[in-house]
Design a protein around this ligand. Sequence first.
Ligand SMILES: Nc1ncnc2c1ncn2[C@@H]1O[C@H](COP(=O)(O)OP(=O)(O)OP(=O)(O)O)[C@@H](O)[C@H]1O
Ligand SMILES: [Mg+2]
Length: 273
Amino acid sequence: MNPNLHAILKEADQAILRHSINGYRGRVRCGVDLGTAYVSLFVLTEDNQPLVGTYQYAEIVRDGLVVDFGGAVELVRKLKAELEGRLGFELQSAATAYPPGVPIAEVRATRYVLEAAGLTCSALVDEPTAANAVLEVKNGAVVDIGGGTTGIAIIQEGNVIYTADEPTGGTHFTLVISGALKIPFAEAEARKINPEEQTRLFNIVRPVMEKVGTIIQQHIQPYPVDCIYLVGGTSAFKGIDRVIENITGVKTVVPGNPLFVTPLGIAMNDQLS
Ligand SMILES: Nc1ncnc2c1ncn2[C@@H]1O[C@H](COP(=O)(O)OP(=O)(O)OP(=O)(O)O)[C@@H](O)[C@H]1O
Ligand SMILES: [Mg+2]
């Protein structure tokens, strides 16, 4: 695993809060993650140190497909302008990513969102490969539990050799909480991401965690996996690693704040011109 992982993830948290960058004028790498729940943008230095980042909840993508093209363009444009204000210069290009298994026509739509928002699309990578640019796992499974889907990648000798994407993710956690407590979706979402509420909500969401565990188990079973690395926002739910470890029987870890791993890895793929 990347020996600097914790430092990079801490820097990513700082990059979200940073209002200006003290005159850095070197080349930068930018990444746009069009997720089911969050659209995230990160800007890194040439040597992959996080400078600034931002993200916003938006329903513009479903199961990896852009379902609201205009809304996506508008939001990327807005988040780009926000970061440019904090950087003090304009962004020219960015990398973006798609979940494994998405048809090529839909992958193109992702590229068009960037171009319509004023960014040259320098690279289009699959999400697990992006995540592993940050993690640098040599052997194991990288599992991205996002808002809409759970992406699974088997890594052998540093290469992604198998990928899958299944439509269960954080949105399902929120729906279960909303139903159990008879509260609106937005309120359930706010409670779910509050660490102080998570102990109380654990038993409500546990069956969904177990379902995610069963999905992972089915996909990794043919491969010699000795560790599962959890990324994606839903992996931040306290205790999810233990549930998945119990279901799969495989050691499971959440390496630092899992929310920004994939967006950072996407930015690392931006090719410098
Ligand atoms: N602290 C937290 N605890 C639990 N869940 C969280 C936390 N923070 C964010 N989430 C959840 O993580 C999800 C967003 O994560 P992420 O940005 O990785 O997904 P996404 O990329 O938008 O979705 P997908 O990859 O499925 O398209 C949302 O469902 C959100 O509610
Ligand atoms: Mg995602």
